[in-house]
Design a protein around this ligand. Structure first.
Ligand SMILES: Nc1ncnc2c1ncn2[C@@H]1O[C@H](COP(=O)(O)OP(=O)(O)OP(=O)(O)O)[C@@H](O)[C@H]1O
Length: 262
């Protein structure tokens, strides 16, 4: 995406000089990031690099030590409801005794008045379940679903809040590779209407679907492009590029000596 194209679109997430400490330890520092309307940003990086923490900061669940985070031009505290989160599947308790329909309705909790869900809440739950092709299984207990099905339900729950920005934390980690392509296709379709920010370890898969890639290892390396320069990877992973390059399709590597970019 070139600069001209970006300037015509709205900035939906704007992070400046972010510093986050957890238990007194610096987890994120000097993070600057602008995400534009309808971007599909993939964030990669080593374990413990701060990816989940960055998503939680955008959601307002983690407080910054310094710096600013703005969503749609406003501070997070003034702007709830426009960002939704699809958690890591592993973080979801499968033994929780609820069915698909109830899980998706939880996505309407922010708008619920009184004790019961409105007709509108139910209509939205129906619509989002159809969207992720899980409506037929709406009476199923969560514990009876496959990893891929649960992930679709979690996307539906996030969509039920009618977000402008969807954050996804390793959404395909537990999905059988046969079903991953279908899941990414769903994300591509959603991206026509909303901004997506996705954390993943699966560089080769996400590089097919995302529009831009960033590398996070306490600091964020990002050029508003799908190409990762060897320098970004080296800084991001703090190990020689050669080790990583085997697992990265060439087309995400910018041209440099010894590696031909395409
Ligand atoms: N609640 C917490 N209290 C203290 N430290 C934490 C907390 N949550 C995370 N951390 C630490 O912050 C660092 C970043 O963690 P985070 O989960 O954001 O990384 P990540 O890039 O998402 O890792 P992974 O790829 O393994 O999921 C890690 O060193 C982790 O141990």
């Amino acid at each position: 995406m070139d600069r001209m194209d970006r300037e015509e679109r709205k900035k939906v997430v704007e992070i400046e000089n972010l510093l986050v400490k957890l238990d007194g330890r610096t987890v994120l520092e000097e993070v600057n990031l602008s995400v534009y309307e309808k971007d599909f940003l993939g964030i990669i990086g080593p374990n413990g690099g701060g990816k989940t923490t960055l998503l939680k900061t955008i959601l307002g669940l983690v407080t910054a030590e310094a710096g600013t985070v703005k969503i749609m031009g406003k501070r997070i505290s003034e702007n709830r409801g426009q960002v939704a989160y699809v958690p890591q599947y592993a973080a979801f308790d499968r033994s929780f005794p609820v069915n698909v329909w109830e899980v998706v309705l939880m996505g309407r909790l922010g708008s619920k008045r009184g004790r019961s869900y409105s007709g509108l809440d139910q209509e939205i739950a129906r619509e989002v379940l159809k969207r992720v092709e899980m409506y037929e299984l709406r009476h199923r207990r969560i514990g009876e679903l496959s990893g891929g099905e649960i992930q679709r339900v979690l996307v539906a729950r996030a969509l039920a809040g009618r977000p402008e920005i969807l954050l996804l934390d390793e959404p395909t980690a537990s999905i059988d590779s046969r079903f991953q392509a279908g899941f990414y296709e769903l994300l591509e379709e959603l991206n026509r209407e909303m901004t997506l920010i996705m954390v993943s370890h699966d560089i080769s898969a996400i590089s097919i679907y995302v529009k831009t890639l960033a590398c996070l290892n306490r600091k964020l390396y990002y050029q508003h492009s799908k190409e990762l320069s060897p320098e970004m990877i080296e800084k991001g992973y703090q190990c020689p590029v050669e080790l990583i390059a085997h697992g990265v399709p060439h087309r995400v590597l910018a041209a440099h000596d010894g590696v031909v970019g395409s």
